[in-house]
Design a binder for this molecule. Structure first.
Ligand code: ADP
Length: 292
């Protein structure tokens, strides 16, 4: 099953153009949607999840016309929104059982089996009786993904799932996600390049409401091979360097700034060529979008 988005646009009342003609082809497997805050990721995710309407464009999931057949989409959709509330005084098991009923799993035997399997899969079986009010951020996200996986979805959307998780919880969550997504479409929306790098066979970079680039991470990296240069510098020299070069990122290394510059040939003395990574691809696209 393939998700095909064509020329999707959305302007909010007040004039913010959140989506400007977004087109994407998303095959089965893990797909990373990378973009900075405000890029339009949540708007796109909520539109695919049938929670809001675009102004123009179309979305197809296999044979389903997503914008027309909302019930059809909802039957095969699992959605983990950026923020979601859970009744704090209910246990994980009761919460999941409740959502399973809503999802139409009405036979109690089957429901108990499904709930139990999902609690195992998300590593929550030991805490099934614990009230979710006492859960850590990572446990809540894992329960969120358990809810999203109810009813064998064909399309799973997770919106900024690792924000606020500590490194251990983050790894656990990403591992869980990687087990989910081989035969279904999983869209991971995030501004964290690391989340995408290890997990996703395809990525799209979105900035200011438009898709800047789409492809396999390796291809995107190959396209900027030989064009990323680094320079160790001082804080005082930064403004001048920023004026003269296309600085795509600045990071601190042992307290000193190191800039990365995009250029076809060496930008000058002191610059060294670097082996680019997905972060360079991302910063290159985001800075180009901001400069436009
Ligand atoms: P992201 O998820 O990438 O951070 P969003 O889709 O949330 O991006 O937002 C894209 C742009 O649309 C931002 O400028 C945001 O402020 C604006 N926006 C999002 N939701 C609304 C809304 N309900 N009303 C008005 N503007 C909105």
């Amino acid at each position: 099953m393939e998700l095909v988005i064509e020329d999707l646009s959305k302007t909010y009342p007040g004039g913010t153009r959140a989506l400007r003609g977004v087109s994407l082809k998303i095959p089965t497997g893990m797909f990373g949607l990378l973009g900075p805050n405000g890029a339009g990721k949540s708007t796109l995710m909520r539109t695919i999840a049938t929670l809001q309407e675009p102004d123009a464009g179309s979305i197809r999931l296999g044979d389903i016309d997503v914008l027309r057949d909302k019930d059809g989409v909802r039957r095969v959709l699992g959605y983990l929104p950026q923020e979601f509330g859970l009744y704090p005084n209910l246990s994980a098991e009761v919460v999941l059982d409740h959502f399973a009923t809503l999802k139409g799993i009405t036979r109690s035997r089957e429901r108990a089996r499904v709930v139990s399997a999902l609690l195992e899969q998300t590593n929550l079986a030991d805490v099934r009786k614990v009230n979710v009010g006492g859960f850590s951020g990572g446990m809540k996200q894992r329960l969120g993904i358990a809810i999203a996986l109810l009813g064998d979805p064909k399309l799973v959307i997770v919106d900024e799932p690792t924000a606020g998780l500590d490194p251990t919880e983050r790894h656990r969550f990403l591992n869980l996600l990687s087990e989910v997504g081989e035969n279904i479409v999983v869209i991971l929306s995030t501004h964290i390049v690391e989340d995408v790098r290890e997990l996703c066979s395809n990525v799209a970079i979105i900035a200011r409401g438009a898709v800047r680039q789409q492809g396999a991470p390796d291809e995107l990296i190959a396209a900027i091979q030989g064009k990323i240069w680094r320079l160790r510098t001082t804080r005082d020299a930064l403004p001048d360097l920023q004026q003269r070069h296309r600085v795509i990122s600045t990071r601190l290394i042992a307290g000193r700034p190191e800039i990365r510059v995009f250029a076809d040939a060496s930008p000058g003395e002191g610059f060294a060529a670097v082996e680019p990574d997905l972060e360079d691809v991302y910063f290159h696209q985001v800075s180009a979008a901001e400069a436009a």
